[in-house]
Write a protein that binds this ligand. Structure first.
Ligand code: G4P
Length: 526
């Protein structure tokens, strides 16, 4: 198969949702369709057992929270589908944000009863930043929930997505009869009480036909006709170009647990979702069809084997063909590296691969050479853009609790921050170290891992800060002036960049007003 054919075959995406909306269930059903797992419940039970195979931290075992971002690949309809799993717990949101930099599209799952929830909003915002095409799946139609039109309004309003329903529910909860698929112009009948083996599908091009009444009853058929009329006047027709540009999101309704509406979603997805796209680097745009291999690290997993300090760097391939045992340039370190056991992920299993193509995610065993955002290329100096660090929201001073182990502590902190677990800042006035994270759980993860992996122990001291934001200026002297006047509110990140520590939203606003020549950034990539 030629490189172009390999690329066109690939669909790399993530499923995002607020916890409990049904992401795991939907993932499982997609894997069943793809033949990647044989029995329902395999992924579910993984959620509990998963620690053994893909979640590496003891801390999670205790808490039952999935920290892992793993990759599941399968073939469907001649396409190679790569699903990037994202941690549901919001304390690991930054992991999820970065995973979203490695996908070409996303499916957003919304619970019909709960509608748009806070975590959905944040995740969709990250997708929107990169104009990632999104399909919305409204789940749990077997339960009572909110009115379809109300939900569409909420999605447009809170998620700022233009929507285009491609299926429409007929009743819900006890009265749920099925969906009318506007994309295929067919009726999919729902069998309650787990009787759903194969969906009963009836082609009905003309919804005014009596056939519709026959299958769902007159009242439900009339309601559907009425709804469809409104849909046609209010919502635009599907336009693939708009979807690909991230300007229009198709919406499907279904029930993941009942495997209802999932096949329609998948069939439409493989049809419309984008193959790997070109990517921006600081130097130039990289097209997937280029002969020369390139890729970037978006995620690092530590502790694959607690006995060794092994890590796995997850690399998204952006162009050319990756080959095993071939020398590639680690751009930041300016040295050649080759990999004898690169790994691909097929559902829960890992296997060594000989080659991989744009859109694929591979795992590279790493003994501490990679950090998030690193580029690997066939030789060219490329720096991929769009792999940001987000301004943390929780802060604590970190102290060394065992002076004999200060080297271990420094090393541990450096590696953990390179993995993106947290951010480390050093204050300008007194050199004290501050850990900044997106979620509170990270502090415990750090403490635990420092102890178990590095033999170092630390203690925390509370620190009340609103935000840390990176500061830059085009005006000579402006930063020096601020540094001099506000030394106690300024720190450096691990790369030496200046960061303003704002005690409150008000303090941040005042600083922005008082230092108009300074730019305040809420992402580290600017
Ligand atoms: P998440 O990954 O987004 O966190 O959600 P997950 O798939 O784990 O689903 C959360 C809960 O919602 C699960 O129930 C799951 O069975 C249920 N669920 C998923 N899809 C549907 C659906 O279409 N209809 C209904 N009624 N429920 C659905 P749970 O009680 O938390 O777990 P379990 O005991 O079923 O495993």
């Amino acid at each position: 198969m030629s490189l172009v054919e390999e690329i066109n075959k690939r669909r790399t995406f993530a499923i995002v949702s607020h916890p409990d909306a049904g992401k795991t269930t939907l993932t499982e059903k997609l894997l069943l369709f793809g033949g990647a797992i044989q029995v329902a419940g395999a992924v579910k039970s993984n959620k509990i057992k998963r620690h053994a195979t893909s979640d590496f931290m003891e801390i999670e075992r205790q808490r039952g929270i999935s920290v892992a971002t793993s990759v599941m690949a399968f073939e469907y309809d001649d396409k190679k589908i790569n699903i990037l799993d994202t941690p549901g717990h919001q304390d690991f949101a930054e992991d999820t944000y970065r995973t979203l930099t490695a996908v070409d599209s996303a499916i957003v799952v919304i619970d019909v009863a709960k509608g748009v929830e806070p975590q959905t909003e944040k995740l969709v915002e990250v997708c929107r930043m990169r104009n990632t095409p999104m399909i919305v799946f409204i789940n749990k139609l077997d339960r009572e929930g909110r009115d379809g039109f109300e939900l569409l309004d909420e999605i447009e309003d809170k998620l700022q997505l233009h929507v285009c329903p491609l299926s429409w529910p007929i009743g819900m909860g006890q009265r749920f009869k099925g969906v009318y698929n506007l994309y295929e112009q067919q009726l999919n009948l729902f069998q309650p009480h787990g009787k759903q083996e194969e969906e009963e599908i009836i082609a009905i091009r003309d919804t005014s036909s009596e056939q519709l009444d026959k299958h769902v009853g007159k009242a439900a058929a009339d309601e559907l006709r009425h709804d469809l009329e409104i849909l046609h006047t209010v919502y635009p027709d599907f336009d693939r170009q708009k979807y690909l540009a991230g300007e229009l999101s198709p919406v499907f309704f279904g029930s993941a647990i009942n495997n209802f509406g999932v096949k329609e979603l998948l069939d439409c997805f493989v049809n419309i979702a984008p193959p790997p796209k070109s990517r921006s680097t600081e130097e130039r745009t990289v097209n997937p069809e280029e002969d020369q291999f390139s890729g970037f690290v978006f995620k690092i997993h530590a502790n694959m084997d607690p006995k060794h300090r092994d890590r796995i760097a997850f690399l998204r391939i952006c162009s050319g063909k990756f080959e095993r045992n071939t020398n590639y340039l680690h751009v930041r370190q300016d040295r050649k590296m080759k990999f004898s056991n690169p790994t691909a992920f097929m559902a829960a299993k890992k296997s060594i691969i000989d080659e991989a193509f744009p859109g694929d995610i591979i795992g590279l065993y790493d003994s501490g050479n990679f950090k998030i955002g690193d580029s690997l290329t066939a030789g060219e100096n490329l720096h991929f853009k769009g792999i940001p660090s987000f301004s943390p929201e929780q802060f604590r001073y970190i102290n060394n609790a065992n002076p004999l182990k200060s080297k271990q502590l420094d090393k541990g902190l450096l590696q953990l921050t390179e993995e993106g677990v947290a951010q480390l800042f050093t204050k300008e006035d007194n050199n004290r170290k501050i850990i900044g994270t997106v979620g509170a759980l990270q502090f415990e993860v750090i403490q635990y891992r420092l102890e178990h992996e590095y033999g170092a122990s630390c203690s925390y001291e509370p620190l009340s800060l609103h935000k840390a934001c990176w500061i830059t200026s085009d005006k000579k002297g402006a930063l020096d002036k601020m540094l001099k006047e506000r030394k106690k509110d300024i720190a450096r990140d691990k790369d030496g960049n200046l960061v303003f520590l704002a005690e409150s939203a008000w303090a941040l606003k005042m600083a922005q007003e008082n230092y108009p020549q300074i730019k305040f950034h809420f992402k580290s990539e600017f």
